[in-house]
Ligand binder design. Structure first.
Ligand code: ADP
Ligand code: MG
Length: 268
């Protein structure tokens, strides 16, 4: 069996003197499409930063590692990032802000996935193999025509598609999506989620971070509910997406209606 994608053992993250993650213990296996759900500030993005090694949890006195990624507790960041693809609205903002002058094409943005940078630079050796892989990644999500366009001329939805291609350029084992639909209109959001469904069906493990219950695609079976840096509920979607459980995590009285593999939530 493949090693788990992520194992946390009583992981604590302190930032600015506060416990942002307060002893998380969980295991996410390869192939186990999972949603991390919770209100704003619950610690979802912090959890993702553990996975991408942007943050490290406090060590345990026993010496036991608080985190393993793909079964290992030591990683070369570059080697790890080639196994993970990341799309987040933060990443989107960084790309768009860093490209106000419009020099970056869709192809450049995708190629930059090989360097884990937000654009390509003179000193980076971009090979033909990388360019070919970038074009294939764009074509895989029907965005081949965005290769030559510059980011500043793209709609938010188009730029977000370029970022998916960037995340896929390494053919990662897992695709990590942190609030990936922020800023997308209704139609672009639907198109985005349909693309994610296809990727999930083709064997890329999906880890979706969201505070929108209705974005949890049918392929996702497991939901981890976070609240105040702790796991509030963790299990099969049907067991976690209930009015009492969601109501507890979001501190509101909610109604839940399953429909067509999705769950819709509104205030009761
Ligand atoms: P979520 O993604 O669930 O909305 P985050 O993981 O981004 O939540 O943040 C969880 C909490 O940690 C928030 O209260 C946030 O203000 C706080 N936080 C995040 N980053 C920092 C930081 N660098 N310094 C201090 N507090 C932080
Ligand atoms: Mg977040």
């Amino acid at each position: 069996m493949n090693p788990p994608l992520l194992e946390l053992a009583d992981a604590v993250v302190m930032l600015g003197g506060r416990r942002i993650l307060d002893g998380l213990t969980l295991t996410i296996r390869g192939g186990e499409h999972t949603a991390i759900l919770g209100p704003n500030g619950a610690g979802k993005s912090t959890l993702i930063k553990l996975l991408t090694l942007e943050l490290y949890p406090l060590g345990h006195a026993s010496g036991a590692p608080p985190i393993r990624v793909f079964g290992q507790n030591r990683w070369d960041v570059f080697a790890l990032r080639s196994k993970l693809g990341l799309v987040s609205s933060d990443l989107h903002d960084r790309f768009v802000r860093g490209n106000a002058n419009g020099v970056l094409t869709g192809l450049d943005a995708v190629v930059s996935g090989f360097f884990a940078t937000h654009g390509t630079f003179e000193h980076q050796r971009v090979t033909d193999t990388m360019r070919r892989a970038a074009i294939e990644a764009l074509e895989r999500i029907d965005a081949g025509r965005l290769a030559a366009a510059t980011l500043d001329t793209m709609s938010t939805g188009e730029a977000r598609r370029v970022l998916i291609a960037r995340a896929l350029v390494h053919q990662p084992e897992a695709l990590v999506l942190d609030e990936p639909t922020r800023g997308l209109d209704l139609v672009s959001r639907h198109a985005f989620m349909e693309r994610v469904r296809v990727l999930a069906q083709s064997g890329t493990t999906i880890l979706l971070v969201t505070h929108h219950v209705d974005e949890i695609i049918p392929e996702i079976d497991r939901v981890i509910l976070l609240r105040d840096g702790r796991v509030d509920a963790d299990g099969a979607k049907a067991d976690v997406l209930t009015a009492p459980r969601l109501g507890h995590a979001f501190e509101a009285s909610l109604q839940v209606a399953p429909a067509g593999g999705y769950y819709h939530v509104r205030l009761a």
